[in-house]
Design a protein around this ligand. Structure first.
Ligand code: IPM
Ligand code: MG
Length: 352
């Protein structure tokens, strides 16, 4: 069982270190880790945010554990050299089109939410975000108008096979949950979204046991804070999913608690090849202070064990250990507490 470990920038290395400690504590026979550079640190060391060495490691492994990328020192670089290209490049090259972002309020954690506790309590949803298409990967241009004004253009596009495969992922996920799927788009304005909606409706014919609804993205943003408990599975495009998943994280209480899995179609000997990362970024403002909450990174290893290695029991153990630590009052600064990164790692390890 080969795992590529790419800690990246900012708080990425700190939180990944704790995730790796938890993973190693399970003592799984045959588990081997291979470390690689991504993001700003990779640019500084190798001149590229996603060097060939790193890509080769990813290709040769069964799963990737990813920290975070993003470094203000690199903001002035040309776009193809910026740290974010590491994660976008891995998603594209490894064809990881399905991003699963679960958001759930654990009992006792209602007070952490930005919402009123009685509203937050009901949150238990899964965002299925399309990850390799949309305006993220369409043509990009800077141009100059005849009058000399500068302009920018990014093309938003989907083709039906892209929509169909993510729709299947979402319907199957809904089958494993409460069998309710909400497809989020902007079909009242965008042709891309009308295609999305048409294809989701066609796909629904194979899942008559799942209740499907459609919602415009502006309304979805509103419902997510008005009555988030109404959602089970949300399926949406790359850009809307990016935005709604950050919003969902604050409904839960902290972006430091949410893990994600990015999956494609490739099967390995053990399960589905995937990349696992906390949904938070590199948070350069708190990097190297030992203050970052590693729980999202730790929970990402649980998702990895579940999806890429078929180790449901161990995944459940990690999730239970994190839930126990929270129930016992272990709180990082993101949750108004004082526990540092390694202290939180210790607390999870003890309970594991
Ligand atoms: C995310 C991040 C990335 C994205 C950035 C770092 C490119 O915000 O995973 O949500 O926009 O997809
Ligand atoms: Mg994001």
């Amino acid at each position: 069982m080969k795992v590529a470990v790419f800690p990246g920038d900012g708080i990425g290395p700190e939180v990944t270190r704790e995730a790796v400690r938890v993973l190693e504590a399970l003592d799984l026979p045959g588990l081997t880790l291979f470390e690689g550079d991504v993001g700003g640190i990779a640019y500084k060391r190798h001149g590229h945010p996603l060097p060939e060495e790193t890509r080769a490691i990813a290709r040769s492994c069964d799963a990737v554990l990813f920290g975070a990328v993003g470094d203000p020192d690199c903001d002035a670089l040309e776009r193809h050299l910026r740290p974010e290209q590491a994660i976008l490049g891995l998603r594209e090259r490894l064809m990881l089109f399905a991003n699963l972002r679960p958001a759930k309020v654990l009992p006792g954690m209602e007070a952490a939410s930005s919402l009123r506790p009685e509203i937050a309590r009901a949150i238990d949803l899964l965002i299925v975000r399309e990850l390799t298409g949309d305006v993220y990967f369409g043509d990009k241009q800077r141009f100059v108008c005849q009058n000399g004004e500068r302009g920018g253009r990014d093309v938003m596009a989907y083709i039906e096979s892209e929509v169909r495969r993510i729709a299947h992922t979402a319907f199957r996920a809904a089958r494993g949950r409460k069998r309710r799927l909400c497809s989020v788009d902007k079909a009242n304005v965008l042709e891309t979204s009308q295609l999305w909606r048409d294809v989701v409706i066609e796909t629904a014919a194979e899942y008559s046991d799942v209740e499907l609804e459609h919602m415009y993205v502006d309304n979805a943003a509103m419902q997510l804070v008005r009555d988030p408990g109404r959602f089970d599975v949300i399926v949406t495009g790359n850009l809307f999913g990016d935005i709604l998943s950050d919003q969902a994280s604050m409904c839960v209480g902290s972006i430091g608690l949410l893990a994600s899995a990015s999956l494609g179609e490739r099967q390995t000997e053990y399960g589905t090849f995937g990349l696992y990362e906390p949904i938070h970024g590199s948070a350069p403002d708190i990097a190297e202070q030992g203050r970052a909450n590693p729980m999202a990174a730790i929970l990402s290893t649980a998702m990895m064990l579940r999806h890429s290695f078929g180790r449901e029991a161990e995944a459940g153990r990690i999730e239970a250990a994190v839930a126990l630590a929270l129930a016992d009052g272990v709180r990082g600064s993101d949750l108004g507490g004082h526990a540092g990164t390694s202290e939180i790692g210790d607390a999870v390890l003890e309970r594991l």
